[in-house]
Design a protein around this ligand. Structure first.
Ligand code: GDP
Ligand code: MG
Length: 370
């Protein structure tokens, strides 16, 4: 039913017809009790009185994801691993990420300065590894909570002179809960007082039994500072990745996660996304949280403009209407109409939730006063 009489509307809103008629008059609409109002006018009335309208939802997320078909075995192709570096503060996460980048640069594969987009790829022989960067401490915590969904392998950094600390345990628990494989990098082995065996002993106490002691936890002794054993560590990452047989279908619409985002003065909404399945192209219509839009341009982690990005590849995208949140899922939809529908629907749901909680609060206040 796309129309309703003034009388019917009034009774549903628990108002008198006179109140509705008066409001309508203020808007320049002359109506009687038996007059029918169209959907838009009726919605307007409800909103004028502070209510919310259950709009007809044009398309739900589920309907759009309906084409979220299963990939067949033939469609699935190997993809590179996505890795996150975790560990206690000051144990060397940032230094290790720097060392990994350096190793890559000295190999002469990609010269030049690496762009900071929140993730980067390194080449090891014929293969590649995607690293999610964990900038500030805050971002690290958020990334860890959400990152678990997008990462395949966690490198757990433990300083050989300090051993397992509270945040090390927290990281172990996060990785275990998310069923992410853990590789331990026992760092700072160049330091006096470094005791890798003590670290291994402590790891055992937390259920991570080192390989050399009969378990299945790979431990690599490294020095991020002296750039020792970095290559060995990367090779172990590839070994673990190979055992996991990581695959994705590059021949479908892209889907993935927002890694980080910002509002740039000149470029507008800038978001780094990690493609997890499919291939993202310039010109695609994307939905991410309550942001949508057409991908206007894409840059890779080396700051180079690219036209497409396949599975496990992080890219910075321009062209979204708003700034999505880190951790938001993104996916490509067929056209602008679909993109808008999903976003409008999400915003509407959000508004409804907000109004619901606002009502709850005012009711609480009311009871307090009694
Ligand atoms: P994060 O808090 O885990 O990111 O740790 P950082 O990478 O910032 O490192 C903390 C401190 O440890 C810095 O002063 C680093 O220079 C130092 N550090 C990191 N790795 C090593 C290492 O392999 N050997 C030594 N001697 N110092 C290191
Ligand atoms: Mg750091």
């Amino acid at each position: 039913p796309n129309e309703i009489t003034v009388g019917e509307l009034a009774s549903r809103m628990k108002k008198s017809p006179a109140e509705i008629i008066k409001k309508l008059m203020l808007l320049g609409i002359m109506a009687t009790v038996n007059e029918t109002l169209d959907f838009d006018t009726a919605s307007l009335m409800v909103e004028e009185f502070g209510g919310i309208v259950e709009k007809e939802i044009i398309l739900t997320d589920e309907e759009i994801l309906f084409d979220d078909f299963e990939d067949t075995a033939e469609q699935l192709k190997p993809r590179s691993p996505v890795v996150v570096v975790m560990g206690h503060v000051d144990h060397g996460k940032t230094s290790l990420l720097d060392a990994i980048r350096d190793t890559n640069v000295t190999e002469g594969e990609f010269g030049g300065i690496t762009q900071h987009i929140g993730a980067h790829r390194v080449r090891v022989g014929e293969k590649k590894i995607t690293f999610l960067d964990t900038p500030g401490h805050e971002a690290f915590t958020a990334m860890r909570a959400r990152g678990a969904l997008v990462t395949d392998i966690a490198i757990l950094v433990v300083a050989a002179d300090d051993g397992i600390m509270p945040q090390t345990i927290e990281a172990i628990n996060h990785a275990k809960a998310a069923e992410v494989s853990i590789i331990v990098a026992i760092n700072k082995i160049d330091k006096d007082g470094a005791n890798p065996d003590k670290v291994k002993q402590e790891l055992m106490e937390h259920g991570l039994v080192p390989e050399e002691w009969g378990g299945d936890t790979i431990c690599v002794e490294v020095s991020a500072k002296k750039r020792q054993n970095i290559k060995e560590l990367l090779e172990m990452v590839l070994l673990v990745a190979e055992m996991k047989e990581l695959k994705a279908n590059p021949d479908r619409k892209a889907k993935g996660t927002v890694i980080e985002s910002q509002l740039d003065k000149g470029r507008g909404s800038v978001a780094t996304v990690l493609v997890q399945n499919g291939t993202l192209h310039v010109g695609d219509y994307v939905v991410a949280g309550t942001a949508s839009g057409r991908v206007r341009a894409m840059n890779n982690d080396k700051g180079k403009s690219v036209k497409k990005a396949g599975p496990s590849i992080p890219v910075e995208i321009l062209g979204l209407s708003e700034v999505p949140e880190g951790g938001d899922e993104f996916y490509v939809v067929e056209d602008e109409r679909k993109a808008r529908s999903v976003v409008e629907n999400r915003k509407f749901q959000e508004k409804k939730e907000k109004q619901k909680s606002a009502t709850a609060i005012s009711l609480d206040n009311l009871f307090e006063q009694i």
